[in-house]
Design a protein around this ligand. Structure first.
Ligand SMILES: Cc1cc2nc3c(=O)[nH]c(=O)nc-3n(C[C@H](O)[C@H](O)[C@H](O)COP(=O)(O)OP(=O)(O)OC[C@H]3O[C@@H](n4cnc5c(N)ncnc54)[C@H](O)[C@@H]3O)c2cc1C
Length: 276
């Protein structure tokens, strides 16, 4: 049970959603955009948040888009992870989403909720980090595409009231060879100790990680590691800049996380055809 009252607004358009947010904020109702609601409901029940209004974005057509639009492959923020996992549009994203929770839960979790939520994993963002992704952001005055590298630093930096409408990658990215390695403790559907995803593009390997640190990371934002033996190893060197950032929790110590991360990165290099 949620032990307090709140308003529920169902937005049918982007404009309705951002306008409702601005008005509700103005009247001190502490609004939140509402996707699958799993995180919001849990935090309300635990007494960790007290939104006065929830703005449901699932009926906004732009937030439900899935497919190729011009030069981009586009994914609406209100798509649930099982819709993305079942689609054949972006195999790397589908594979990453299939790793998150079980099917019943994926039927509820939205792409926007995963990327904007408080949990540190946000695994669905890894393919977008790897493939020069962009985010379509709406605010009161405009709706515009922004490169992820400009607004992602540990998390998506959205200003209050900004709505994540869609995420996209260039359509050429859909064909890139990829590999995903997900290590958990206590079964396949547990939170990741580390999820490593990699793509091979223009003779370079790019790797992105979730679970190892308290936030998702693109290991090399300058274009990836060159496809030759010297650059490919030792794998420990690739993660050395983050050596002090490995988290330690009830599932894994920082040393164990580091070991699993090195093994996962090595496996990705091997699967993408780079010699050790
Ligand atoms: C059982 C379970 C297992 C899980 N396992 C994993 C896992 O293995 N890996 C992983 O990465 N995650 C995992 N998650 C985390 C899950 O993806 C996040 O908690 C996510 O927030 C839930 O999505 P939602 O649509 O229910 O979010 P909501 O509760 O609707 O929203 C979460 C937050 O995001 C904001 N938000 C939502 N949509 C938008 C938008 N379009 N624009 C701006 N802000 C928005 C909301 O205002 C809220 O602050 C798991 C969750 C559960 C319940």
């Amino acid at each position: 049970m949620i032990p307090f009252d709140f308003d529920y607004c169902k937005a049918e358009t982007i404009e309705e959603a951002v306008k409702a947010y601005a008005e509700l904020k103005e009247s001190k109702r502490a609004p939140l955009y509402y996707g699958g609601g799993t995180e919001i409901v849990t935090l309300c029940r635990k007494g960790q948040i007290y939104p006065g209004a929830l703005i449901d974005i699932k009926s906004i057509p732009e937030c439900r888009v899935l497919g190729i639009k011009g030069e981009r492959a586009v994914f609406g923020s209100a798509l649930v992870l099982s819709e993305i996992a079942d689609s054949k549009v972006f195999p790397l994203l589908a594979r990453t989403c299939r790793g998150i929770a079980d099917r019943t839960v994926r039927n509820r979790l939205t792409l926007g909720g995963n990327v904007c939520g408080r949990l540190p994993y946000r695994e669905a963002i890894l393919p977008f980090l790897l493939c020069e992704g962009e985010a379509l952001i709406a605010e009161e005055k405009s709706t515009h595409w922004v490169p992820l590298r400009a607004i992602f630093d540990k998390r998506l930096k959205l200003a209050p009231g900004e709505l994540l409408v869609q995420m996209a990658v260039p359509k050429e990215a859909l064909e890139l060879p990829y590999s995903v390695v997900r290590k958990t403790k206590g079964g396949r559907i547990a939170y990741p100790i580390v999820t490593a995803a990699g793509v091979k593009a223009k003779g370079a390997i790019r790797i992105a990680l979730s679970g190892a640190f308290g936030y998702p990371v693109l290991l090399d934002s300058t274009g990836g590691f060159k496809e030759d033996a010297s650059a490919a190893g030792p794998f420990a060197e690739l993660i050395e800049p983050f050596a002090r950032s490995f988290i330690s929790d009830v599932w894994a110590s920082s040393d164990y996380r580091r070991l699993l991360t090195e093994l996962s990165v090595a496996q990705i290099f091997e699967e993408l055809g780079v010699r050790k």
